[in-house]
Design a protein around this ligand. Structure first.
Ligand SMILES: [Zn+2]
Length: 308
């Protein structure tokens, strides 16, 4: 994003995952192994403090690693390529701010930024569950629902900075009882995120049963044999399959990798290929869906890989 050539040692890559509540950072050596990892709380509703906290994380990592490195950052939302201003971040104090410019001014060197789901996808494509695959769709199913596309080892970011953002498309092939669907924070009705994110799964269970449980609690009850909880997981898997099939019909990825809290739902990996098949426009769908190799570390690792 910032042009070629780190002016610092190519042998060390810093990756920082800026989340809503925490900042996680890693320093990767040339072999891709972590030589330092640090965590810090993320400032809330304070832009200047957020810039300062990211800069402090860079200093911590470089102190631990004993040398300077290239700097990649995964962020909520993205930067508008034309203006450089942040957009679509649920850490709303970033939106409309020249985040890259301010970080570079503070650090005195170039930084590369990408959406956090894009960083996750890149991490799994480089040396994770999709290593060696030419085309990868990485999906984060957590409090929200993000996605990232990687082709030939590079992110497809796009001229608007929204490549792979499928969560606010409508749920495809909606059944009558799924239309128009729940209200989404983005202002629309029936977004995929309102169905397949953790809160989306929990809300669906509450509508069906009247019981307010978290997605994790629903999953635990399903394992324990609770029929209502199993039915909720089945509805969730069916909706996720339709959402993913829509992407397969456009991008036809070699591998789909799931991330975020709901990637721990073990039922998904066996069920999704068969559930997707009727909606994929290919005789032998056989879509490969994998759990992540790097778990929560994918965001910061992928940010580090923003530098070649
Ligand atoms: Zn939405």
């Amino acid at each position: 994003m910032s042009g070629p050539g780190a002016q610092t040692s190519a042998a060390l890559r810093l990756g920082i995952d800026l989340g809503g509540t925490k900042i996680a950072g890693v320093a990767l050596g040339a072999d891709g192994r972590a030589c330092a990892e640090r965590r810090a709380p993320a400032p809330h509703d304070d832009y200047a403090a957020t810039v300062a906290a990211v800069a402090a994380m860079v200093a911590l990592l470089e102190q631990a690693a004993g040398r300077a490195g290239s700097i990649g950052i995964g962020m909520p939302g993205s930067l508008v390529p034309a203006s450089g201003l942040a957009q679509n971040a649920n850490s709303t104090w970033l939106n409309g701010r020249p985040f890259q410019r301010d970080l570079e001014a503070r650090l005195g060197r170039p930084v590369r930024l990408a959406n956090d789901a894009n960083c996750f996808a890149l991490s799994e494509a480089v040396d994770g569950a999709a290593a060696g695959a030419r085309s990868v769709f990485g999906v984060i199913l957590g409090t929200g629902c993000g996605g990232g596309l990687v082709f030939d080892g590079a992110l497809i970011d796009g001229p608007r900075g929204i490549g792979g953002e499928w969560g606010h498309n409508p749920l495809p092939w909606a059944e009558p009882d799924e239309h128009p669907g729940p209200k989404c924070w983005c202002g629309r009705l029936g977004c995929i995120e309102t169905w397949v994110s953790g809160p989306g799964l929990a809300a669906d269970h509450a509508r069906a049963t009247g019981m307010r449980l978290s997605a994790e609690e629903v999953a635990a009850r399903a394992v324990g044999g609770d029929a209502d909880a199993r039915a909720t997981l089945d509805r969730h898997a069916g909706r996720l399959a339709r959402g993913l099939a829509h992407v397969v019909n456009i991008f036809d990825p070699d591998v789909i990798v799931l991330g975020g809290g709901l990637s721990k739902l073990a039922n998904l990996y066996a069920a999704l290929p068969d559930l997707m098949a009727p909606y994929v426009l290919a005789g032998q769908a056989g879509v490969i869906v994998k759990p992540p190799v790097w778990g929560d570390a994918g965001g910061m690792r992928g940010a580090a890989w923003l530098w070649d």
